[in-house]
Design a binder for this molecule. Structure first.
Ligand code: PLP
Length: 443
């Protein structure tokens, strides 16, 4: 007998086990959105909420961008799926070429994956395999940084620097070390532009590789701007100094640009904003405007070439995913690049950035604010925790903003912002006025 298609579950509405969510509290009071357009989400009963987070740092061109929607629709009707294992489709090749042209000079190849986590694990594997291909198999150590977030795979979790994310899962990768966060509240709080103090902070890498033996280190991975860990821009000169130290010791430098890629800093990637080109760049999120899952590892020619030394009929990299270069994702990726070109997304964003920085820094005079950090269209407003209840003030501010029609993200007691890049000056004013009101003492 066939199994019944429907069974009655005790809590049918609660079957979805959601990521990073307090399930029991959520199910008591679920927050649902069932439509979105431009800068807004809409709830099933028609309430419009200004999206201060571009979804989850990904809807860079605004929600339901019509050209992206149409490209996905067209692709779905033409080629639903083809694997990229020893075959592929034309849009995968043309998108790869266009994407590499959008990326910094020196980046000439892309390996497609389906998420930021897969991009990070792929980049770490490519880094180790690169050294192996060059006969340096002892180079396996990986260096991350405090407060780094690199997704949820075992590799990304190992190099990440947020302790709570690791506690429940047993041993992670061995041979991983971490740089300190280049941040000092005393000297860097409320910085306008990049804070000073970069060189000393980066020199921690020289110390670390000496402790671990430089000839055993494969790669250093950092987010150019720490994102999920609380928006910490790199101090002036910091990334260039990391580059120098990596070069000195033959270590690969990986920028995790899952958040900073696709325009967030007013340039295609953070590498261009800060004038430092890494060997590998991981990206995802804004790549398809969040409309279809996709990620990628952008690879420099030197790294790619190291794999091409064997016989031409031999597979060079034993790695890949069923959905690498999925036709719908490639269509969305192409359309996203069209939007960048046709709408001058970066030009418009750069015009708004001074208003963003000023609006953010005005919150300095609001109660409880101990730092405001901005980088491109990112912002963190850090609040002093309420005595004995870490996170409570952040949660309350989040809730007050939401009640007032603004979706922000609270990470502990830090309010984090990353709206769509199409935000106008009026949206920016609304965002900071709403946060200011949420922080004001209640009568
Ligand atoms: C810097 C960074 N790397 C990796 C990831 C993981 O991406 P995903 O959630 O798509 O796996 C994220 C997600 O926020 C991220 O911010």
């Amino acid at each position: 007998m066939n199994a019944p298609l429907k069974r009655s579950l005790p809590n049918a509405a609660d079957a979805f086990w959601m990521p990073f969510s307090p399930m029991r509290a959520f199910n008591e009071q679920p927050l649902l959105f069932d439509r979105a357009d431009g800068m807004h989400y809409v709830t099933p009963d028609g309430w419009r909420v200004l999206d201060g987070m571009a979804g989850l740092w990904c809807v860079n061109a605004g929600h339901a961008q019509p050209r992206i929607t149409e490209a996905i629709r067209e692709a779905a009707g033409r080629l639903d799926f083809v694997s990229s294992f020893k075959m592929t489709h034309p849009a995968a090749r043309s998108y790869a070429q266009r994407l590499c042209a959008f990326a910094p000079d020196g980046i000439e190849r892309v390996f497609f994956v389906n998420s930021g986590s897969e991009a990070v694990d792929t980049a770490l594997k490519i880094a180790r395999a690169y050294h192996h291909a060059r006969g340096r198999s002892a180079r396996t150590k990986l260096i991350g940084r405090a407060k780094g977030y690199h997704g949820m795979g075992f590799g990304g979790l190992s190099v990440a620097g947020i302790g709570r994310h690791k506690q429940d899962f047993g041993p992670l990768l061995p041979d991983v070390a971490h740089l300190p966060l280049p941040y000092d509240r005393e000297t860097m709080a409320f910085s306008r532009g990049l804070p000073d103090g970069g060189l000393a902070a980066a020199d921690a890498l020289e110390e670390l590789v000496q402790i671990h033996d430089p000839a055993t280190v494969a790669a250093v991975i950092v987010e150019p701007v720490t994102g999920s860990g609380g928006v910490y821009p790199p101090p002036r000169g910091y990334l260039a100094r990391l580059r120098e130290i990596c070069d000195r010791h033959g270590i690969l430098l990986i920028f995790d640009e899952v958040i900073t890629g696709f325009g967030r800093l007013g340039t295609p990637f953070a590498a261009q904003a800060y004038g430092v080109t890494p060997d590998l760049i991981t990206c995802a999120k804004g790549m398809t405007n969040g409309a279809v899952p996709m990620g990628g590892v952008l690879v420099s020619e030197g790294v790619y070439d190291a794999f091409m030394a064997g016989p031409p009929e031999a597979i060079e990299l034993f790695h890949g995913y069923t959905y690498s270069a999925h036709p719908l994702a490639c269509a969305a990726g192409h359309a996203m690049l069209d939007v960048f070109e046709q709408d001058d997304l970066l030009g418009r964003l750069n015009a708004v950035l001074p208003v963003w920085q000023e609006g953010a820094l005005r919150l300095r005079s609001s109660p409880h604010v101990v730092d405001v950090r901005t980088a491109g269209l990112l912002c963190a407003v850090e609040l002093a925790p309420r005595a004995g209840v870490a996170g409570a003030r952040g949660q309350q501010t989040y809730q007050r903003c939401l009640d007032d029609g603004l979706l922000v993200r609270s990470s502990g007691d830090t309010i984090v912002l990353s709206p769509p890049l199409i935000a106008g000056e009026d949206d920016v004013e609304t965002i900071f006025a709403t946060i200011g009101a949420a922080l004001a003492p209640t009568a």
